[in-house]
Write a protein that binds this ligand. Structure first.
Ligand code: C2E
Ligand code: MG
Ligand code: MG
Length: 738
């Protein structure tokens, strides 16, 4: 379609006028006709053109009213494919920066579509597309994007008329960029914080954040509730189910293990809540997952440090007391019953002292291991302290269970193979009680099991059940322990001395130092009543040190007073004897007091020596190296074997009082005593008889060839001042003291 163009019209008219002028000049006969045609053309052509233009204008206006299109708040072009008609509205004109005049020409259309050299392909792209996108650089450098939607509005044989409406994408793009960066920001924040998010709008299908996908190794961001639950550790599923059920507007949290990207279970803190839907939004369920494995590992370590015994790796005392009280409470609540067995390794101090801590720990670990094997569901094995252990067993109605279990433990323990301990019999003792009957709390029940253990008085491999009568004797004993410790502090212990006589001459050859506890009120406590207690409460070390030093000091004092030199005998318990620094302690006492070692004798019982024969021999040799004498006390009471006389480096054999008491009437006792004396003599070991109370016994022993005698016949154990009188009375020539 062509529009009326005044310049073209003027040119055409000028050209036509010139042509008419030329005709009139060349052919004057045709001048009139030519002028008539010219004038009629000049007059009618513009009218014709105006009519044509008016018609065209009205045709287009019938498609869309220009004033409407002009003021529409969206970019718009109406154009014909031959560009004879182009209309660009104000919004687009402003965007393109073109005047109204330029707006109805072909270049404006191409500019609007962002095409420089249009070809058929470009044209097809524009007309065939519902969102043909064009980008414009604005004056301020920003970019505007328009998506064109072009529709064919009229088609005739010659041309097609199109309407292209623009949709400004700039804002949407901005929003998209903002959204994307918000999403990126969210994802990177979650990634940095290592927080996974899981959200659902219906509680069935969940959407996982990219961080959660990474954490759990999910295939994509969509996961069903069932699939998510399957990843939760079976033991935590109940907690998970209740979290799902209890999801409310309040933030709650649980700890659960979830199978993670590395295929292992990790601990997660799951903070969750639900958000109610509104008119415009859907309800949301879900929460945030934070990997808390490290915290759990730390907690487990702390728990381990707090509740696991380092040496044996079984429960420690703390754990025992906590778990024990829980079990006790359950017993009360559900009418259950449990046994609590307290076990003690017999003579463990000897193992520790003789074989070193490494072997000691080895024994403890193995003992714990044996105990652990006897734990039944709901029970517990624990190390209370040192060589003290506990076993909690469910009571299924058999009163034999504790004894049976302990016997099996003893059996296994005795078979424990330890090279260094081959000569030591490994055994343990036990006391047991039942809860809840045997106490008002777990503490009381376990204390009562300990009472039962102590009631055996330290004998090996003992097994005792708690009886209410034990309570009082144990209380008495523990009171005694306390007052013995005080007595030591208050110097209430002193030594009495009992004379030892040479049978051939009757002279005083030595004394045995025997300890006495003299209370402030003057009552004297026998060593038989407090030495075993001292041994168990570990006060024995202090007591023995006192005896050793005091005995040496007293002997030197008598020597300095001019009395004849005699041998001072002191008694050692197994605890003292197996101390690794025994030699040093004795040497120190000798050095400190200035006593010549040959005036000191150490008495050991045979059962003590036989506990660990090899170590005993090495200890004895060390004492012998110092020049100290060694006596075997109470010979004949234990597992006496004369063959040991060959092995043990002893200098004196003390025949036990039990052989002497009835020797004058008991032929067998006489025969035994005579044989022992003979054999000892053949080994160059001297002999002494204990408990001589009358002269008949004295004569028999002298006849049997016994070297020395000790007993009430010569004198009871007496304080040092009294022994001085004894000395003085017998000073002259060491005559027979009777
Ligand atoms: P033991 O070493 O065999 O001491 C001999 C015990 O026999 C002493 O009893 C003594 O009084 C008693 N006795 C001596 N002669 C006669 C007698 O003719 N007739 C009767 N019936 N008894 C006699 P004691 O002093 O009561 O000591 C008992 C035990 O206590 C000792 O037996 C010894 O094993 C232990 N003991 C005494 N003092 C000490 C000490 O300082 N250290 C250690 N570790 N044990 C000691
Ligand atoms: Mg003795
Ligand atoms: Mg004795």
């Amino acid at each position: 379609m062509h529009k009326f163009n005044p310049l073209a019209a003027t040119l055409i008219i000028t050209a036509a006028t010139a042509a008419v002028g030329a005709v009139c000049f060349i052919r004057p006969e045709m001048a009139l006709a030519t002028i008539i045609v010219y004038l009629s053309t000049i007059i009618f052509l513009p009218i014709l053109l105006a009519i044509l233009a008016w018609t065209q204008k009205n045709k287009t206006s019938s498609l869309i009213k220009p004033e409407v299109a002009e003021n529409l708040n969206t970019e718009m072009i109406i154009w014909s494919d031959d560009f004879s008609y182009v209309f660009i509205n104000k919004k687009l004109r402003t965007l393109l920066g073109i005047s109204e005049n330029e707006a109805n020409k072909k270049p404006a259309v191409w500019k609007a579509f962002g095409i420089n050299a249009p070809d058929s392909k470009g044209f097809e792209k524009i007309v065939g597309s519902k969102s043909y996108e064009t980008r414009f650089k604005n004056a301020d450098g920003t970019i505007t994007s328009i998506a064109w939607s072009t529709s064919l509005v009229k088609k005739s044989k010659k041309k097609c008329l199109y309407l292209s409406t623009g949709f400004n994408l700039t804002e949407i793009k901005k929003m998209k960029v903002n959204l994307a960066s918000a999403n990126d920001f969210f994802n990177s924040s979650m990634e940095l914080a290592e927080i996974g998010i899981i959200i659902s709008t219906d509680g069935k299908k969940y959407i996982a954040s990219s961080e959660l996908i990474r954490m759990l190794g999910l295939k994509n961001n969509s996961i069903s509730l069932g699939d998510f639950r399957a990843l939760v550790h079976p033991n935590d599923r109940i907690a998970f189910d209740s979290a799902i059920k209890s999801c409310s507007s309040e933030i709650k949290s649980i700890e659960m293990r979830i199978k993670s990207a590395d295929s292992g279970y990790h601990w997660y803190s799951y903070r969750y809540k639900s958000i109610k839907g509104t008119e415009n939004t859907l309800p949301l369920f879900g929460g945030a997952l934070l990997d808390s494995t490290q915290e759990h590992e730390k907690d487990a370590l702390i728990e381990r440090l707090a509740y696991i015994d380092e040496v044996t790796e079984i429960a420690n005392r703390n754990k025992l007391m906590n778990a024990g009280q829980e079990i006790y409470d359950t017993c009360r609540l559900l009418n259950y019953s449990y046994w609590i067995i307290v076990l003690d390794i017999d003579r463990f101090h000897i193992i520790n002292d003789t074989c070193g801590y490494t072997n000691g720990n080895f024994v403890l670990r193995n003992f714990a291991h044996i105990l652990y094997k006897f734990v039944t569901p709901g029970g517990l094995a624990a190390r209370i302290s040192g060589d003290n252990f506990a076993l909690i067993l469910r009571d299924y109605g058999s009163d034999e269970l504790p004894v049976r279990t302990v016997k099996s433990i003893q059996d296994e323990f005795s078979k424990l193979a330890v090279d260094e301990l081959s000569s030591i019999n490994l055994s343990c003792s036990a006391g047991y009680s039942r809860m809840p009957e045997d106490g008002d709390s777990f503490l009381e029940v376990i204390e009562h099991a300990e009472f039962a253990l102590k009631s055996s008085g330290g004998s090996q491999s003992s097994i005792s059940g708690y009886e209410s009568s034990m309570h009082d004797s144990i209380i008495v004993r523990s009171e005694l322990e306390k007052s013995l410790a005080l007595a030591l502090d208050n110097n209430e212990l002193s030594l009495f001395y009992q004379p030892k006589i040479e049978l051939s001459t009757g002279r005083l050859m030595g004394v045995e130092a025997l300890i006495r506890w003299i209370k402030p009120d003057g009552t004297i406590v026998s060593p038989d009543d407090f030495v075993p207690i001292a041994e168990r409460s570990h006060l024995i070390g202090r007591i023995s040190e006192f005896v050793l030093n005091e005995g040496c000091r007293q002997n030197v004092l008598w020597q300095k007073m001019g009395f004849p030199k005699i041998v001072m005998s002191i008694n050692f318990t197994s605890t003292d004897f197996y101390q690794t620094d025994l030699k040093e302690k004795v040497f120190e006492a000798l050095a400190k007091t200035g006593l010549d070692p040959r005036w000191l004798e150490v008495e050991l019982t045979e059962s003590l020596a036989l506990n660990d024969i090899d170590f005993a021999v090495s200890q004895m040799n060390k004492l012998r190296e110092l020049g100290v004498k060694l006596a075997m006390d109470d010979f004949g009471t234990g597992y006496s074997s004369l063959s040991y006389l060959q092995t043990l480096p002893i200098t004196l054999l003390k025949l036990d009082r039990s052989f002497i008491t009835d020797i004058e009437h008991d032929n067998i006792a006489y025969e035994i005593v005579s044989a022992v004396i003979r054999i000892a003599k053949s080994k160059k070991i001297e002999t002494i008889a204990e408990g001589i109370e009358n002269s008949v016994q004295e004569s028999i022993l002298r006849m049997a060839g016994c070297d020395y005698a000790q007993g009430f016949l010569y004198g009871k154990p007496m304080p040092p001042e009294k022994l001085q009188q004894f000395f003085e009375q017998n000073l002259n020539g060491f005559n027979k003291i009777r």
